[in-house]
Design a protein around this ligand. Structure first.
Ligand code: NAP
Length: 308
């Protein structure tokens, strides 16, 4: 018979929201269990350096910050397990969360499942992923030493990653669909003044070309409709994120963009289920705001479980 394990509080996800929630819940003596998900420490762990998390004036690596979050939560009694929630049933009490090996039963859940990078959805993208198409500069940048590569997107991620990739690449060309960047001023200034960075404005990628590896990109100027092929040895896609809420569809109220609806006390439409971080926030999406949401969710869970 399948093993069922009861825990008073489950936290799904181990990014800044999940691990901050774990710290607060542990300090409230709730012995929370964190299921890390596929990317321990979340998307922030893939960032080479985080320069805007307070307390680290020299910046700190994403992986390193995640490890510190975990260490602090564990020190106060949280347990962190490298498992992924594969199914969530909110129709039963206690709630049930299934992983590959175990069914967990719990009185309360904090959803901190984060978000996943968006794909371009053009021909060649899927086939050439891992052969020149990437979504993580920190992970893959080294493979592009002395190569001429492209970055798609105009937000903070695109510029931050483009700047990081200049360590390896011969040139980094940013393709953006408008002629104005969404990224913040500091990153814009750094990117625009960097000798290795160029821009292709008002353009979108229509196809990624190549068989064993990338040879080039078919791009279209959105103002003129003109299509051109540019040679490329790699393309990094940073065009935003979608919340990891698919498993919750039909069980909980979601906003049209897929983020989980929460009230002012971080509670979702299902009493006992709380949410924090990018799964519930499509606006701020900062390490510090996600951590803050995690703390708030844990404080509310403490009240909720105390009243049960
Ligand atoms: P984002 O801010 O949503 O930017 C996505 C970019 O991709 C936008 O420039 C957008 O163009 C473009 N885009 C979207 N869909 C596209 C498509 N189908 N084809 C081509 N281009 C497309 O996402 P992000 O850069 O990942 O940032 C997410 C959040 O994290 C933001 O709140 C950001 O401030 C934060 N962040 C902060 C830092 C930092 O503070 N250092 C670093 C990384 C991320 P448009 O501009 O035309 O919409």
């Amino acid at each position: 018979m399948e093993e069922k394990v009861y825990r008073r509080l489950l936290i799904l996800g181990s990014g800044p929201a999940g691990l901050t929630a774990a710290l607060y819940a542990a300090r409230a003596d709730l012995s929370p269990l964190v299921l890390t998900g596929m990317i321990p420490y979340g998307q922030a762990s893939l960032t080479n350096i985080i320069e805007n998390y307070p307390g680290f004036p020299q910046g700190i690596g994403g992986q390193e910050l995640g490890q510190l979050f975990e260490q602090q939560a564990v020190q106060f009694g949280a347990e962190v397990i490298y498992e992924q929630a594969e199914a969530i049933d909110l129709s039963v009490r206690p709630f049930e969360v299934k992983t590959f090996s175990t069914t967990y039963q719990t009185d309360a859940i904090i959803l901190a499942l984060g978000a996943s990078h968006r794909k371009l959805g053009v021909p060649g993208e899927r086939e050439l992923t891992g052969r020149g198409v990437s979504y993580c500069g920190t992970c893959d940048g080294w493979f592009f030493k002395d190569k001429d590569i492209h970055v798609v997107g105009g937000g903070d991620s695109a510029l931050e990653e483009a700047l990081f990739l200049t360590r390896f690449a011969k040139s980094v060309t940013i393709i953006h669909r408008r002629d104005e960047l969404r990224a913040g001023a500091i990153l814009q200034n750094r990117a625009k003044s960097h000798p290795k960075i160029r821009f292709i404005w008002n353009s979108v990628v229509k196809e990624i070309l190549g068989s064993e590896k990338i040879d080039g990109l078919k791009i279209e100027n959105v103002l003129t409709g003109e299509q051109t092929t540019v040679p490329s040895e790699g393309v990094f896609v940073f065009i935003g994120h979608d919340p990891n809420s698919q498993m919750l569809n039909g069980q909980i109220e979601l906003h049209p963009d897929g983020t989980v609806k929460i009230d002012e006390h971080m509670m979702t439409s299902v009493p006992g289920v709380f949410a924090a971080g990018e799964i519930a926030d499509s606006h701020f999406r900062q390490v510090v705001t996600s951590a803050g949401m995690g703390a708030a969710a844990a404080i509310q869970v403490t009240h909720y479980l105390g009243d049960l």
